[in-house]
Design a protein around this ligand. Sequence first.
Ligand code: TXE
Length: 498
Amino acid sequence: MEMNAGKLALPETVREFGFFVDGKWIAAGNRRVIERNSPAHDVPVTRITRCTVDDLNQAVRVARDAFNDRRWSGLSGADRATVLLRAAEGIRARAEELALLETLESGKGISQSRGEVLGAASIYEYAAGAARALHGETFNNLGDNLIGLVIREPIGVVGLITPWNFPFFILSERVPFILASGCTVVAKPSEVTSATTLVMAEILAEAGLPAGVFNVVTGAGSEIGQAMTEHDDIDMLSFTGSTAVGRRALLASAGNFKKLGLELGGKNPQIVFADADLNEAADGVVFGICFNAGQCCVSGSRLIVEKSVAVEFEKLLADKIARVRVGDPLDPNTQVGAIVTSQQNDTILSYIGRGMAEGARLVCGGGALETEKGQFIRPTVFADVRMDMAVAREEIFGPVLTISTFETFEEAIELANDTVYGLAASIWTKNLDKATSAFRRVQAGRVWVNTTIAGGPETPIGGFKQSGHGRETGIYGVEEYTEVKTVHIALGKRDLWV
Ligand code: TXE
């Protein structure tokens, strides 16, 4: 497509955003603002409002009123689906604008951003169907005098806190499902990547979503994010981000026992057996660690490879990594863009330093890519990694792969499960029995066999262990935002008690 014709130019002006509550833009006024620099180019690209806790409280009141008067939850699933389908059209119509904003704020390659934006539109289309498919159960086996109904109701006002690694895609894995269920929303995107969430508020309003159903407040996580976790009038909080903040959200939820959906960190194993197609497995492992510069909750960051093929596999990896195109995210050929913030860049570099200090053997990469502007890291591989090293235990959230080896199936599973996390795992083997035993035993919410980071909105996502609570997407993703109510209806004449 001509979309891929060439490198895009940096915009000449900084795009300013107010915030979006009750179907309207509210200008920053005398509030403070946050200016965002493109992490690849070091120039300001967007300016957002630093909302106050009062702004958050107002947004929650608006979302509460919109929920209570049933302007959205009272509609049929078919009517809600119409809005979601129009929103998908709205995303497609503004795809290039959304993709560019996403790239400018996050540093990810423009081709990837375009793919994520179009993928998001398709999630809205899926969720539109789910709005109509959502249903309960009946119990017609309670005798002639009683019938039981199990009905699902939207849970209420949902607070949504999203991270910077997939600002638009993660938002789109949640919002259409929350809306399909009939809930109302107050969203708070990451302070470094708020633009596409704000544009989405406008797209939803233009698609016919009633005012007050989807609201966006922007600003600091430690202020309004924290206030959202503590808010007594938020019925459910969906949080995606670090395990540390997820734990704080869990503690804060005790105030009103709000329901939590948490998608947190991962340290995901890639198990490669000797009988795998090694060339394809190496390609998958390189993709799994380089995708989004490794800033991905399901990055396959721990390679666990059978010893008999470890030397050959390491060479395949190094050859492939040398061919990965790291650079300017405005170039459609770029595969790995910039690191999102200087803090994240420092974190990754410090883990690379720790890997070396702990005695891991550097296979390739090992530091920053020298560029005139911006922050980039060369995909890095450490071999001879033991499970007591920090690089093997902690989520680095950068393009850093560790290699450990195994000799027996049991050892492979033990290594794979030797982590506090349980988000995802990949298994590479041509032996179906072995693949099945492995996917049964590995502790992870998502398992890929002979592929990695694949799939669509039909299936649920979420984590085991300290990777989180609850599931997003699929029919589970709509049910997650509902309460289950049991109704018994007596029929015929009452058998009197008194
Ligand atoms: O995450 P934070 P950070 C991991 C990854 C990364 C680390 C730190 O390992 O290196 O987290 O990233 C909001 N109450 N992941 O510091 O702080 C914040 O504004 C409520 C994994 O950016 O968790 C943003 O909207 N909210 C992850 C969101 O939380 C708060 C994706 C995530 O930011 C808050 C991102 C508070 N006290 C990072 N403080 C994944 N699993 O995909 C911040 N926030």
